[in-house]
Design a protein around this ligand. Structure first.
Ligand code: NAD
Ligand code: ZN
Length: 247
């Protein structure tokens, strides 16, 4: 299908939708310069993210894990949201019922102006106490290694859902409810390998939603999508944005 007719169709569905959900993954931040995990650039000092972003790795060597997060914080500090993040923030303004579900931890959606965001995997700019559970925003670069809780003295960890950990049930419940009741789900830049985000496209479709995928590559989500737009997030999201229909 020609890209143009596809984007026109997606835009029509969006315009008619009572309720819209967008699910984003690392691909939407790739054009801002944030590396995706499953590419060659996902390596750090010969470690793979799967070896560092785990509770076991943190118990074994918290300083190593925090060094990796410090490196990621340093890189993110100078990174700005791109046109795709911006177009989603604008889209939220023009729709009554809009939910943005993201697997990203980089905080770029909020920086771009999105408000109704469900961060499935946490946020790299937050820390959580391993003792008392207190969650705090912390934008130190670099963060002291290892950081300690000022309330109970226990070690702080990144407020991130690591491999093998459960999602926050409240955040997941809200995301699942939004996916089940939406008229359109747009999935952008996720490889569809990580659950449960990977199954959200199927859930939405089974509940009757129109599912659009935006990704330069075919993914396991492509099968469930009514429309697959093969291309970069910045190009396509800007085209399907409803902004120009509002004037
Ligand atoms: P992934 O790395 O597994 O896959 C990225 C996907 O984005 C691929 O399918 C790729 O084809 C696509 N992509 C690449 N460039 C794109 C572009 N310009 N426009 C649209 N799509 C593009 O990412 P994932 O599925 O989100 O899973 C990775 C996990 O790692 C997530 O759980 C996430 O929490 C974490 N992660 C987060 C960040 C971040 O916060 N920016 C970065 C890397 C990984
Ligand atoms: Zn504490």
């Amino acid at each position: 299908m020609a890209l143009h007719s596809g984007t026109a169709k997606a835009k029509d569905y969006l315009k008619a939708a009572q309720s819209a959900v967008v699910l984003t993954g690392a691909g939407i931040s790739a054009e801002s310069g944030v590396p995706v995990f499953r590419g060659k650039e996902g390596l750090w000092n010969n470690y793979r993210p799967e070896e560092l972003a785990t509770p076991e790795a943190f118990m074994r060597d918290p300083e190593l894990v925090w060094s990796w997060y410090n490196m990621r914080r340093e890189k993110l500090e100078s990174i700005e949201p791109n046109d795709a993040h911006g177009a989603l923030a604008t889209l939220e303004e023009s729709l009554d019922d809009f939910t943005l579900i993201t697997q990203n931890v980089d905080g770029l959606h909020r920086k771009a102006g999105s408000r109704n965001i469900l961060e499935l995997h946490g946020n790299i700019w937050k820390v959580r106490c391993t003792g008392c559970g207190k969650i705090e925003r912390n934008c130190d670069i670099p963060i002291d290694i290892p950081p300690y809780c000022d309330k109970c003295g226990k070690i702080l960890r990144p407020h991130i859902v690591w491999f093998g950990e459960m999602l926050d049930p409240e955040i997941f419940g809200n995301a699942d409810a939004a996916v089940r009741k939406c008229d359109i789900l747009i999935v952008i830049g996720t490889s569809g390998v990580v659950q449960p985000a990977a199954s959200m496209a199927r859930t939405a479709k089974d509940a009757g939603a129109y599912v659009v995928e935006i990704n330069p590559q075919v993914t396991p989500i492509s099968d469930a999508a009514d429309l697959s737009l093969r291309g970069k997030a910045t190009e396509i999201v800007s085209i399907i944005s409803l902004f120009d229909t509002e004037v």
